[in-house]
Design a protein around this ligand. Structure first.
Ligand code: ZN
Length: 106
């Protein structure tokens, strides 16, 4: 892991990386263990924005349709901006008995 610069809080403690909730999302932030002050580094802020975009693009219902001899479903249009392009490889992984994840690879 990259060496992070220590950020000193106004209260005198040092901020530590920790998962924090921002609205509906949980993301890694820098949190003061003493007073609870929370901030994001530039890198964490960029990750958070990408996470938010992904949530906005993907949180919706889809119906399984027939495609040739296979079945499938269409992907939300907004996902194209996030790298889900025609020809892109995806990997499917089971999460539990009724859900699976689709990971963009390559
Ligand atoms: Zn503090």
């Amino acid at each position: 892991m990259a060496k992070e610069r220590k950020i000193k809080c106004d209260c005198g403690s040092y901020l530590q990386p920790k998962n924090a909730a921002f609205g509906h999302f949980e993301t890694e932030a820098m949190v003061c263990p003493k007073c609870g002050f929370t901030t994001l580094t530039r890198e964490q802020a960029e990750k958070f924005v990408a996470l938010k975009q992904m949530h906005q693009a993907i949180d919706m219902e889809r119906k399984i349709i027939k495609i040739g001899n296979s079945i499938g479903f269409t992907l939300p249009e907004g996902l194209q901006e996030l790298g889900a392009k025609v020809g892109k490889k995806v990997k499917l992984e089971a999460l539990n008995e009724n859900s699976f994840k689709v990971k963009l690879i390559g």
